[in-house]
Design a protein around this ligand. Sequence first.
Ligand code: MN3
Length: 201
Amino acid sequence: MKYTLKPLNYAYNVLEPFIDEKTMMIHHGKHYQAYIDNLNAALAKYPELDLSLTQMLSDPSLIPSDIRQTVINNGGGVYNHELFFSLLKVNDNNLPQGQLLSAIMAEFGDFESFVTKFSDLAKGRFGSGWAWLLVKDQKLILTSSANQDTPLNLGTPILALDVWEHAYYLAYQNRRVDYINAFFKVIDWQQVEKLYLSALN
Ligand code: MN3
């Protein structure tokens, strides 16, 4: 078994009331675990394949063709969820600071404009997918992706929002907008800034 579940560095209930405990338990313990299991099962056919997950997802032509789509779907599921879960924390009203805030201001004018643009992408993603903040050529860019597709071909992801219904349906049902607003209460901006600074190098 090559890939294993990474534990959260916080308890399932600490994101309440913005993201509820039951959703976190199922999302982390069941959905994320299933992506790991499916990825391992696919890669078990190719024990000699010596590539990292980001190498494979950045250039899927490196993946053997008979498992390529399975690795894109499930390896993407592993990569995306590990990033998403690692960027959440208990709400303490923290906001972007330092160089990350400067970059947001330079690119989007102000923080509220960034939140609006990111939220619009998350709202507008039809069906299941993700909204992203990336670093490309030292600049911040926004995008969204379908299914478990990663944006690794476009840049380095530093913020990820899962807008699959499994991420919010128990608490928010069809109200994706309320879930997106809640997400902005539990972002660990210090972690995002760390990723931002390392993406510059
Ligand atoms: Mn998910």
